[in-house]
Design a protein around this ligand. Structure first.
Ligand code: ADP
Length: 421
C-alpha cells in the first residue's frame, strides 16, 4: 500500500483517482493546486504525486520545478496526468523539468494502473532513473514554459472560434425557424379568419331561411317536415357555435378582442342569454331553473364577453345532462358577483378536473361523437374571464353533476389608460 498525492483543480477528477487508487489498496490525499500540494507534501511526503497541469495559483509545470528543487521531495516520483497539454513539446518540457511520467488523458484504468505500479516498483527497487537534468537554466525554462502557454492559448482561441462559429450557425438556424413559424402563424390566422367568415355567412343565411320556413312564411308545413327542419336548424346552430369558438380563440390569441366595458344589468343579460338559447327550455327531461338575487346593482363589465361565458357554460350543462336539472344562480357579495351554473348531469372525474380548461382537452370516455365539441369552450371561458379580471372554478362529482362558479369583481376589468394620460 502506498500513499498518493493527487493534484487537480477539478474535484471530479480527484474523485475518479481516489476510487481507482483506493480500489487497488492505496491511500489518497488531494490538493487543488500546486501550492497546496507543496505545502501538504512538505508536511508529510507522499510515495508518489500525480498532478494535472492546468490549475490556478500554481500549475503542474511549476509544481514539478519546485518539487525537484526541494531536497526532501526531489526523489519522489511525480507523474503528470493531463488532458490539456498534449503536444510533444509539452511532454519534453515536463520531462526536462523532472517529471517521472507524462500521461495523456484519457487512459483506460488498467493501463493507468500498470503505469503507476510500474513507477512504484522502479522507485522502490531504486531503478527509477534519477530525475534528468533539472538544472534547466531559468531563461531556457521560461522560454519553454512561455511557448507551452502560448500553444495552449492558441488552442483555446481556436476552440473558442469554433464555438463562436457553431453558436452563430445555431442562432441563424433559430432565427430562420422563428421567422418560418411567424409566417406560418400569420398564414394560419388569416386562413382561420377567412374560413370563419366564409362559413358563417352562408350558415346565417341557411338558419334564417330555416326560421322563415318554420314560421310558415312560405306555406303550412306538415309535422314531419317541421321535425326535419327543426333538426336541420339545430345542427346548423351547433355548427355555427363551433365555428364561432375557433374564431373567438383566434381573436383572443391575436389580442384582437378589445374590451367594451359598460354598466351591465345582470337580470337583463341573463334574459338575453336565455333568449339566445331557446334549447335551454326545450330539451326533453331537463328542467332549467334561474335564480337572480333581488336588487342587484349594475356591474361594470364587458356584456358581450360575459354572455359568451354563460352561453358556453350553459351549453356544456345541456350537453352533459341527459335528464335532470340545470340551474343558473346569480348572487352578490362585497367583492362582486358570483354566477353559478350547475347541472345534475354526468359530472367530471377527479383526474380530469385539473385539465378541463386546457385548450382542446376533452374527457375522452364521455365525449361521445353525439355530444361533439372540440374542447375549446372552457378554455375560452377561462381566457375571457382573465380579460374581465374575473375567475372560474369547478366543483364536480362524477355521476352526480357539476357546478361552474364564475366570479366578477364590482370594479370590472382595469381601465385602459387613454393615450394622453
Ligand atoms: P367541449 O367542446 O368538448 O365541450 P369544453 O372545453 O367546453 O369542450 O369542455 C372540456 C371538457 O370538459 C368536455 O369535453 C367535457 O369532457 C368536460 N365538461 C365540461 N363541462 C362539463 C359538464 N357540465 N359536465 C360534464 N363534463 C363537462
Amino acid at each position: 500500500m502506498s500513499r498518493f498525492l493527487v493534484v487537480d483543480d477539478n474535484p471530479q477528477n480527484i474523485y475518479q483517482l481516489y476510487v481507482l487508487l483506493g480500489g487497488h489498496g492505496h491511500t489518497v490525499e488531494s490538493a487543488l493546486n500546486g501550492e497546496e500540494a507543496l505545502a501538504k507534501a512538505q508536511q508529510t511526503p507522499p510515495d508518489v504525486v500525480i498532478t494535472d497541469v492546468l490549475m490556478p495559483i500554481m500549475d503542474g509545470f511549476t509544481l514539478c520545478r519546485h518539487w525537484r528543487a526541494d531536497d526532501r521531495l526531489c526523489s519522489i516520483p511525480l507523474v503528470i496526468y493531463t488532458a490539456t497539454y498534449t503536444d510533444t513539446e509539452d511532454e519534453e518540457l515536463a520531462l526536462s523539468l523532472g517529471a517521472t511520467r507524462f500521461l495523456i488523458k484519457p487512459i483506460e484504468p488498467e493501463e493507468f494502473m500498470q503505469q503507476i505500479e510500474n513507477v512504484l516498483r522502479q522507485h522502490q527497487s531504486g531503478h527509477l532513473h534519477p530525475p534528468p537534468d533539472t538544472s534547466l537554466q531559468e531563461p531556457q525554462y521560461l522560454k519553454m514554459y512561455n511557448e507551452a502557454l502560448v500553444r495552449k492559448l492558441e488552442d483555446k482561441i481556436a476552440d473558442l472560434e469554433r464555438e463562436v462559429a457553431k453558436r452563430q450557425q445555431t442562432e441563424e438556424a433559430l432565427r430562420q425557424a422563428k421567422e418560418r413559424a411567424e409566417v406560418a402563424n400569420s398564414v394560419k390566422s388569416e386562413f382561420l379568419a377567412m374560413m370563419s367568415h366564409e362559413l358563417r355567412t352562408p350558415l346565417h343565411v341557411i338558419l334564417g331561411y330555416a326560421d322563415l320556413l318554420l314560421e310558415n312564411t312560405f306555406g303550412e308545413l306538415s309535422s314531419g317536415q317541421s321535425d326535419v327542419l327543426v333538426r336541420l336548424r339545430n345542427n346548423g346552430r351547433v355548427l355555427l357555435e363551433r365555428i364561432s369558438l375557433v374564431l373567438d380563440l383566434r381573436r383572443l390569441e391575436d389580442g384582437r378582442f378589445p374590451l367594451e366595458v359598460s354598466e351591465v344589468s345582470l337580470p337583463l343579460l341573463v334574459q338575453q342569454v336565455e333568449d339566445e338559447m331557446p334549447e335551454l327550455r326545450q330539451q326533453p327531461g331537463v328542467r332549467y331553473i334561474r335564480t337572480v338575487a333581488a336588487s342587484l346593482p349594475p356591474l361594470r363589465t364587458d356584456p358581450g364577453k360575459l354572455r359568451l361565458v354563460l352561453r358556453n357554460l350553459l351549453s356544456n350543462a345541456l350537453k352533459f345532462t341527459e335528464a335532470g336539472t340545470i340551474s343558473l344562480k346569480v348572487t352578490k357579495n362585497d367583492q362582486g358577483i358570483e354566477i353559478g351554473v350547475s347541472d345534475t348531469g354526468i359530472g367530471i372525474r377527479a383526474h380530469a378536473l385539473p385539465h378541463i380548461f386546457d385548450p382542446f382537452y376533452q374527457v375522452t370516455d364521455v365525449n361521445t361523437p353525439q355530444r361533439g365539441g372540440v374542447g375549446l369552450g372552457l378554455h375560452i371561458v377561462k381566457r375571457l374571464l382573465d380579460l374581465l379580471d374575473g375567475s372560474v372554478t369547478v366543483d364536480s362529482q362524477f355521476g352526480s353533476g357539476s357546478t361552474f362558479s364564475v366570479f366578477l369583481p364590482w370594479g370590472g376589468p382595469p381601465e385602459t389608460l387613454a393615450e394622453d394620460d
